[in-house]
Ligand binder design. Structure first.
Ligand code: ADP
Ligand code: MG
Length: 283
């Protein structure tokens, strides 16, 4: 239907009946492209978890459509297969199995999807290495810090190489230092692996690590800010620097060490970003 990774139209979720009725989602629209890193923010009870659950096919809409990775979730042939392979979930509480090692915990979702004991074992070790726990493969959850346990949960979410990582307040139960490290890890996975990530967070600072901030209220999206891309940020900084000003010829400085071609190229780049605002409103 669309080449967006997530495409949501008029999504409505009503819980309960009669007096007790709650519109957890109320005609929500949202589109997320592949490789985006999106923060979802909003007051408690505004429907953030409900939204993630719908995208992960953990629950069904009352109305509206959810497409993920080219599939209409209402028409999934194999829901279990979708949950296991297309999405990886990280929750506020890591819910690792306490009697299994870090490596075994990461292997659990692979059963039935990655064949061969050895392949599972190696993949789990690779993923734990990726999240910075390559030297704690045999540790039980109880022997790890809260931040480390959440890293294991991230590795476990990546077990079947999902198209999409969904994280519901993954830093909520962590101290601020460990929380920041988890967000850095997600940013790193987004940049180095091209992982598409949707993360629910209350922390403004944490949300700044993402490229886009979607704000919800009463079951709807009320604002959708896309941060300028990092290259553009760097260029803007350069434009304001002495070198940039010299190249642009504003204050009579000469950038002697640049060739005329280099100056022309730099001038064009700087001119492109000079007057744009940091935030672009969309939607
Ligand atoms: P958030 O994650 O933004 O805090 P939720 O998505 O958990 O919000 O909840 C949105 C609304 O739906 C809340 O009013 C909540 O009480 C209600 N709700 C969520 N899940 C259920 C449920 N299973 N049954 C009834 N009401 C629910
Ligand atoms: Mg929630």
């Amino acid at each position: 239907m669309t080449d967006a990774l997530i495409h949501i139209q008029n999504l409505t979720k009503i819980y309960g009946k009669g007096e007790a009725v709650v519109r957890a989602l109320d005609g929500l629209d949202l589109t997320v492209a592949s490789s985006e890193f999106v923060a979802v923010m909003g007051p408690s009870g505004c429907g953030k978890s409900t939204l993630l659950n719908m995208i992960g096919a953990l629950d069904q809409p009352t109305e509206g459509e959810v497409w993920v990775n080219g599939e209409n979730l209402a028409r999934l042939k194999d829901v279990d297969d979708f949950r296991a392979k297309t999405v990886g979930f990280v929750f506020q509480l890591h819910n690792l199995l306490p009697t299994l090692s870090a490596q075994e915990n990461v292997e659990v979702p692979m059963y039935g999807h990655v064949s061969g004991r050895r392949a599972r074992h190696e993949r789990a070790a690779h993923l734990l290495d990726l999240v910075g726990l390559g030297d704690r493969l045999d540790a039980l959850p109880g022997q790890l810090s809260g931040g480390q346990r959440q890293r294991v949960a991230v590795a476990r979410a990546l077990a079947n190489d999902p198209a999409l990582l969904l994280a519901d307040e993954p830093t909520g139960s962590l101290d601020s230092q460990s929380g920041e490290e988890i967000m850095d890890l997600l940013a790193e996975l987004n940049q180095s692996q091209g992982a598409t990530i949707l993360v629910v967070t209350h922390d403004r600072r944490v949300a700044q690590a993402t490229q886009r901030i979607v704000r919800m209220k009463d079951g709807r999206v009320v604002s959708d800010h896309r941060l300028a891309d990092p290259l553009e940020e760097d260029l803007r900084m350069l434009a304001r620097s002495r070198l940039g000003q010299a190249v642009l010829g504003k204050n009579g400085l000469e950038a002697d060490y640049l060739s005329p071609e280099e100056k022309t190229i730099l001038k064009k780049l700087l001119a492109r970003v000079e007057d744009r605002s940091t935030f672009t409103m969309i939607g």
